[in-house]
Design a protein. Sequence first.
Length: 409
Amino acid sequence: MLFNQLKGGRGLWCSLRAVVCSVAFLYLAIAHCATHSMAATSQVIKIAVNPWLGSNLDAQVAKILLEEKLGYSVDLVPIDETAQFGALATGDLSATLEVWPSGHAQDHLTYIEQQKTVEDLGPLGVVGKIGWYVPTYLVQSNASLATWEGIKTNADLFRTADTGVRGQLLEGDPTWSYHDQQIIDTLNLNLKIVQAGSESNLISAIDSAVTRKDPLLFYLWTPHSILGKYPFTEVQLPVYSDSCTGCGYPSDPLYKAASAGLRETAPAAYRFLRKLQLSNADQIAMITAVDLNGQGPADAARAWVNQNQAKWSGWLRESNSALPAIPAPASIWAAKYLYVLDKDTNGVFLNANNLFIQSLIPIFPQIHSAADLMGKDDFYFYPSDLANQFRADDRKVIESGVSLTTVEP
C-alpha cells in the first residue's frame, strides 16, 4: 500500500504502480457534487479551425466527443495555419488537428524541436497531397496538358482579363501555405497566380469553369469532394525532393499539435487528442456531406460520430488488455465502503469497482458503467482545487515510491 487516507471512519486506498493507480474516492459527497456536477466544464479547450473544410470537420468531431464524453467546454477558434503556432506556444490555443507538414517545416523546427512550446501529437491519419489540376476535358483534347511541359507550351490557353499576356494559376485562401511561385520561377512558366480568396470561392470558380467547359488551371488537394464530382487530371510536376524547392508538392501525412502545457492542464483531453485518428475515407465522407449534400460541418461531424462509435470509443480509453482486474473486496468493510478506481500514471481513469459506479449514477447520470469512466480524470468530477490536490498526491507517490498516509477528522 502506497497511499492510505482515512476520513470519517472510511478508507481511501491507492496502490500506485508503474502502470495503474487504484484509488478509493471517498470525497464524493452528493452535496458537493450537486454544485460541481461536471468540473471539467471550467476547463476550456481551444481548437484551431483553419480556413478549409477538412480542418473544420476534424475540430467539430473533437468538440462533440470532448464535450459530451469527457466533460470539457470546447471553443473552436478560426485562425490561419501560420498564426496558430504562435498561439499554441503562448497557450492561447490548446490544439490544432490538421497541420500540413510540407508548409510548416520551419514552424516544426522552431516551436516543437527548439523552443518546445508546442508538442507534436502525432499523425491525424489523413494523408494529403497538394497539386495543380485541369479539367479532364482539356487533356482529352490535348494530352500534353497533363504535364508541366504541356502547360508551359500552352500557357496562353489559361489567359484571363486579369492576367493579361500570362496564363492564370488559380489558388484559394491567401493565408494558405503555397510554393507555387517557386515552381513557376523554377520551370520558367508564363503564369500569374490569382487567389480566389477562400476555399468556397475557389470551388465556385471551378464549378463555373466546368459548367462552361472553359480552360482552368488550379491549385487543389486531396482529400476533397470536388475530385469526385468532376473528372480532373493532376498536372505532373517535377517530383518533390528536399533539395528542389521548385518541384511539386510531396505527399503530406497530416499531424496534430498542442500547446506544451496541455498535457498537465487537461490530461484527459491531451490523451484523447493524441489518439484521435481519421482516415482519408472518414474525412471524404464528411466533406461530401457538406459540399454535395448541403449539411453544415457540425451536422456532418455529428453524423460521422453517430455512425462510428466503434472507432472513436477507442480514443476515450487506454488499452486495458494487460491491466489487472479490480480486486475482489478483502473484507466485509471493503465490500461496503471501499471505492476502487484504476488510473494510469497521467491520472486518467481506466476502471472502477461497481460500488463506486453505483455511487456516481445519481450525480452523474451519464456514467453507467466503468467503460464510461475511461478517458476521464479528476477534473471531470471535482472542482479544480480539489482535483489538483488529488493530482499532487498521486504525483508525490509516483515520484517517491513512498507510501503516503494521512488522517482527517
